[in-house]
Write a new protein. Structure first.
Length: 179
């Protein structure tokens, strides 16, 4: 069993770096070779190589909808069969299309990919670090990642420092399922 945890974003664009920051901190708390934590500054086809050969995948990324408080999370589950549509360009594919393309190419992909979208307040200011609301949510994002990984790896090995980080207080996730 191999679980891939991917943090997406730009670490110097304020809240856009929340995915990378959360996965980096989560990875530092894990002592288990079955969990692969990866940072990715671009989406699209680059994600395909990162997700391929994983038995389970979780992605953390910033979202800027303006309709939720900064730091709140929305969980989306994308399940097989992944969309297979005609592609006019492979440079700007959405995640559904990336997974569909990978399926068409015969790549070994997980049966489902979970995305934790973290509501951002600012994704335009060049700044290393998140705004206060998003910064306060990082321990809860890490807590949510740990919960998700424990579903597939109940014997997950963590470092001593990881014993009780996060409260789950902001983990009232809205779960959106797509097929």
């Amino acid at each position: 069993m191999r679980v891939v945890v991917i943090g997406i974003g730009n670490p110097i664009a304020s809240d856009d770096g929340v995915g990378i920051r959360s996965v980096r901190e989560f990875g530092a708390s894990i002592d288990d070779d079955r969990v692969c934590c990866v940072e990715c500054e671009r989406g699209g086809l680059e994600l395909l190589d990162l997700i391929a050969d994983g038995d389970s995948a979780v992605i953390v990324d910033a979202a800027h909808s303006g309709s939720a408080p900064p730091g709140s999370m929305t969980e989306t589950v994308i399940r097989r069969p992944f969309a297979s549509t005609a592609y006019s360009s492979l440079h700007t594919l959405e995640l559904h299309s990336v997974l569909g393309f990978g399926s068409l190419m015969g790549m070994r992909l997980p049966d489902e990919v979970k995305v934790l979208a973290v509501e951002a307040a600012d994704i335009e200011t060049f700044h290393e670090g998140c705004t206060p609301g998003v910064e306060r949510a990082i321990p809860d994002i890490i807590f949510r990642l740990r919960q998700e990984i424990l579903k597939v790896l109940p014997d997950l090995r963590t470092s001593v420092a990881a014993a009780n980080t996060g409260t789950g207080s902001m983990c009232h996730c809205e779960i959106l399922e797509t097929a």
